[in-house]
Ligand binder design. Structure first.
Ligand code: FES
Ligand code: FES
Length: 165
């Protein structure tokens, strides 16, 4: 039995039919072609499948597609605006915080969210916030450096906006 759902995906309305037990991760990757959220563990252990549901991070491998009906989903593909990478995305490139890249979308979603909640996090606060995200390649050092760099960049931009006003 297929169930029709309607939701906002990266700012666009989407209407699709899903199975009652279909996972959001599979809907995004296989039906909607968004391969940013990664299928790694499939059991809620690694964070590679993280997306935002109404602005809050969720594991799309543990979320039923039917549960996003009427809600708003943002994937890594929806973060950059007007072909401009976000401060976190740029910092990941500049700090070489990416190796195989499988964990990267989940980390970027989480750090982006952290910096909205806390524009000036300590290294410890960053590590605590991303404790549910696993990376097997980088050793986390460059990921934390990227988060600190993005935070600094965003704070600079915010104070420039205030000065201009
Ligand atoms: S794939 Fe979802 S937490 Fe690992
Ligand atoms: S860059 Fe390979 S798992 Fe993190």
């Amino acid at each position: 039995m297929k169930i029709p759902i309607h939701f906002i995906l990266n700012g666009e309305e989407v209407s699709v039919e899903v199975e009652p037990n279909e996972l959001l991760l599979n809907l995004l990757r296989e039906k909607l072609g968004l391969t940013g959220p990664k299928y790694v563990c499939g059991i809620g252990e690694c964070g590679a499948c993280t997306v935002l549901l109404d602005g809050e991070p969720v594991l799309s491998c543990l979320t039923l597609a039917v549960d996003v009906d009427g809600h708003e989903v943002t994937t890594i593909e929806g973060l950059a605006k007007d072909n401009e990478l976000t401060a976190v995305q740029k910092a990941f490139i500049e700090e070489a915080a990416v190796q195989c890249g499988y964990c990267t979308p989940g980390f970027i979603i989480m750090i982006d969210k952290l910096l909205k909640e806390n524009p000036n996090p300590t290294e410890e606060e960053i590590r605590e916030y991303i404790r549910g995200n696993l990376c097997r390649c980088t050793g986390y050092v460059n990921i934390v450096k990227a988060a600190l760099k993005a935070a600094e960049e965003l704070r600079k931009n915010t104070s420039l906006i205030k000065i201009k006003k």
